[in-house]
Structure formats: structure tokens, C-alpha cells
Design a protein around this ligand. Structure first.
Ligand code: NAD
Ligand code: DAU
Length: 353
């Protein structure tokens, strides 16, 4: 059995964080898992209803940008490890409102680094600060090539620039103060509980309501998709076995042009909703492109496979069918998160685009 420890997970009420918390709480009954989340529009405790009463789980509502509060939390819980996911995560929102990305993703990360450094007082044995980041920090690829851990950073949206900045700061705390850090950069996740502002849940929800499917630009942008539970498994492996000071790329070896994955999703939805074949594809509407839209992302995850033995588990057709089914079976979840303020965002983002 793994040695008892207390881990702070930030952003655990969000999409990836909630899958990670469930995995840790169930797999390590002797760990104490503290979930710190500000419950922004993207945070939802409904995501964790099945484990909220577990003995080894505590939820704390709080903001990583509040440095005094973070210091107090470290004093209270004496964390052995941090797995940091809390962030503003949607590229389109970063284009509309960059400042909240700077404050949460950069200042919030530095607050956590400072608290870890202060409380661990250079006694780093058994301690670990894991920063969860994105492949978007590497910029954009042409038709060929893959991002490796050696690829130079070239972020091109306020979101990716804020994540790149936080990655640099995490590594700087390792080099300057010896903080025991590890970083991972992952490709696009998909699966249950993703807020329906991101491509796949947005399109699933729009198909349910027979609303247009807004495809940016020519639709030939490429992303490398990963089943969210595979990302959670990878984080578990890297947290426990990753080499301190190192970076690991995580990806699905699963590149799709947007329009191809949208066609696949439309066909799956027609099937599940028992609508005539081809009816969802009729909702596809090409709209003005996202400014600064990165053309292609693709990850070389061979370091993670070779050194730590992690491989993705699911093929896209199976994962996308599971995903579509989950949203159809959880219509209440979708209704709850898309009411109110989300509707205002949707109108500002898509009406007259
Ligand atoms: P998400 O937007 O679904 O969840 C983010 C969570 O952070 C929410 O629960 C939110 O309430 C919380 N949060 C936001 N600001 C906070 C603050 N100031 N203090 C405390 N909590 C706050 O995001 P996600 O898609 O689950 O992404 C999680 C992490 O993984 C992010 O760091 C993101 O950059 C990274 N990532 C995401 C993907 C992806 O495809 N979604 C891929 C690679 C990396
Ligand atoms: O690569 C990892 C990143 O993946 C994460 O770091 C981000 O947090 C996550 O949001 C995601 O970023 P993307 O910008 O790739 O994801 P998004 O779902 O917003 O868009 C996926 C692709 O679909 C992208 O090429 C833009 C396009 N798109 C998106 C939306 C929301 C559309 O064509 N129409 C849309 O309405």
C-alpha cells in the first residue's frame, strides 16, 4: 500500500480535476485528498456527488489568487503534495477577457509555489508539486511533426501564454529554490463532465436542441484527442513515478481534423437520437474563424510510454460514443450548467459571428 500522504488538488470540481479526484479517492483509501476549488462557472460539485462523503476526501471552496488564504490552508493541512489544475481554461474566453487568465493562471500558480516553498522549508523529502499544463504552450504545427518535451515554447493565445508563463515559473522555482516539481503538457481531453463551451460537449448540446453547429474557419484545424480518464491515469502515474524537475507530454496518438470529428459525432448522435442519418450534419454552419487559431496540435508521448509505461486506453469511436451517451443520459447536468450566465456568454460568442 502506498505511504499515507495528504494531497492538495486544485480545480478538482472542474472537468479533468473531477475525474482525477475520483480516481485518487477510490484508489488510495489511506491518502487524504483535499479539493480546493473556487467554483467558477466551470466548477461543479455535482461532478463529484458519488464520492463527496468519502472519509479520505475534503472539499474546500477558495481562490488560488488569495495568497493569505492559500498560506492558511497549507498550515491547516500540512500537504505532502500538490496537483495543480485550477485555471481559466477556455481559449475563446481568453480572447474576450485575457486578464482573468493572467490573474488565475499566473498569479494563482505563484501563490501555490510560494506556499509550498514556505511550508516545506527546504525539507523536500517526500514532497512534490505537480503542475498540469497544456500542449498549446508549444504553439502550432504544420502538416507534419509532433510536439516533444524539447519543442520550444511559442504560445499564441492569451490562454496558452498564461499557461506557458505558469510552466516557466514552476520550473524556475525548481532551478532557483530546489522545489520538487514535475510538469505535464497534455492534448485536448474529451469525455463526461466537460463544460459545454468546448467543441464536443457544445456540439452535442446543440444537436440535442437542433441548433447550428458553429465550425470556425475552414474546419480543417487538427487536434489530438485524449479520453479524460486516460489523462487522470497519466497524472496518477506521473505524480507517483515522474522524475523531479522533468516534463512529460501526454497525448492520445489520435489526430483528427475538426470537420472529421464533427462528422463522426453527428453520425453517432443521429444513431443515438434515432434521427434520420445525415440530419445532424445539416446543422453544420461555417462561421468566422477564432483569431490566432492554432492550425495543428499533435503530441509525441513516447517519453511517458517508455519511461513510465503509460498508454492511452480508448479508441475515438468508442470514446466519442460513450461521451455522447453520457451527455444524453445527463440532460439535467447540461440544463443546470447552461442556464443563466452561460446563455449570456453564448450569445456574445456566437450571435452575429
Ligand atoms: P475546467 O475549466 O473544466 O476546470 C477548471 C477548474 O478550476 C474549475 O473547477 C474552476 O472552478 C477552478 N478554478 C478556476 N479558477 C480558480 C481559482 N482562481 N481558484 C480556485 N479554483 C479555480 O478546466 P479543465 O479542462 O478541467 O482543465 C484543468 C487543467 O488542465 C487546466 O490547468 C488546463 O489548462 C489543463 N488542461 C486542460 C486540457 C483540456 O483539454 N481540457 C488539456 C490539457 C491541459
Ligand atoms: O490542447 C489542449 C487544450 O485543448 C486545453 O489546454 C484547453 O483548455 C482546451 O480548451 C482545448 O483547447 P482548444 O482550443 O483546442 O479546444 P476547443 O474545444 O475550444 O476547440 C477545439 C477545436 O474546435 C479548435 O480548433 C476550435 C474549434 N471550435 C471550437 C469551438 C468552441 C470550433 O470550430 N467551433 C466552436 O464553437
Amino acid at each position: 500500500m502506498a505511504v499515507q500522504q495528504t494531497i492538495l488538488v486544485t480545480g478538482g470540481a472542474g472537468f479533468i480535476g473531477s475525474h482525477l479526484i475520483r480516481l485518487l479517492v477510490n484508489k488510495y483509501p489511506n491518502y487524504k485528498i483535499v479539493n480546493l476549488d473556487a467554483l467558477t462557472y466551470a466548477g461543479n460539485l455535482e461532478n463529484l456527488a458519488d464520492i463527496e462523503n468519502a472519509d479520505n476526501y475534503t472539499f474546500v471552496k477558495g481562490d488560488i489568487t488569495d495568497s493569505d488564504f492559500i498560506q492558511e490552508l497549507f498550515t491547516l493541512h500540512q500537504f505532502d503534495g500538490v496537483i495543480h489544475l485550477a485555471a481559466e481554461s477556455h481559449v475563446d474566453r481568453s480572447i474576450a477577457n485575457p486578464m482573468s487568465f493572467i490573474v488565475t493562471n499566473i498569479v494563482g500558480t505563484v501563490n501555490l509555489l510560494n506556499a509550498a516553498r514556505h511550508h516545506w522549508k527546504d525539507q523536500y523529502e517526500g514532497k512534490r508539486f505537480y503542475h498540469v499544463s497544456t500542449d498549446e504552450v508549444y504553439g502550432t504545427l504544420g502538416e507534419t511533426g509532433l510536439f516533444t518535451e524539447e519543442t520550444s515554447y511559442d504560445p499564441r493565445s492569451p490562454y496558452s501564454a498564461s499557461k506557458a508563463s505558469s510552466d516557466h515559473l514552476v520550473r524556475a522555482y525548481h532551478h532557483t529554490y530546489g522545489l520538487p516539481v514535475v510538469v505535464s503538457n497534455c492534448s485536448n481531453n474529451y469525455g463526461p463532465n466537460q463544460f459545454p463551451e468546448k467543441l464536443l460537449p457544445l456540439f452535442i448540446n446543440n444537436i440535442r436542441h437542433n441548433k447550428p453547429l458553429p465550425v470556425y474557419g475552414d474546419g480543417k484545424y487538427t487536434r489530438d484527442w485524449l479520453w479524460v480518464k486516460d489523462h487522470a491515469e497519466a497524472i496518477d502515474v506521473i505524480y507517483h513515478k515522474g522524475k523531479l524537475g522533468d516534463t512529460y507530454n501526454i497525448g492520445g496518438h489520435n489526430e483528427w481534423k475538426n470537420i472529421d470529428i464533427i462528422h463522426l459525432l453527428c453520425d453517432i448522435m443521429d444513431n443515438l437520437l434515432e434521427r434520420p442519418k445525415g440530419s445532424s450534419r445539416e446543422l453544420i454552419t461555417y462561421v468566422k474563424d477564432r483569431p490566432g487559431h492554432d492550425r495543428r496540435y499533435a503530441i509525441d508521448a513516447s517519453k511517458l510510454q517508455d519511461e513510465l509505461g503509460w498508454v492511452p486506453s480508448l479508441q475515438m469511436e468508442e470514446g466519442l460514443t460513450k461521451t455522447a451517451k453520457w451527455y444524453l443520459d445527463h440532460a439535467n447536468w447540461l440544463e443546470n450548467v447552461t442556464s443563466g450566465t452561460y446563455q449570456k456568454y453564448y450569445d456574445a460568442q456566437y450571435v452575429d459571428r
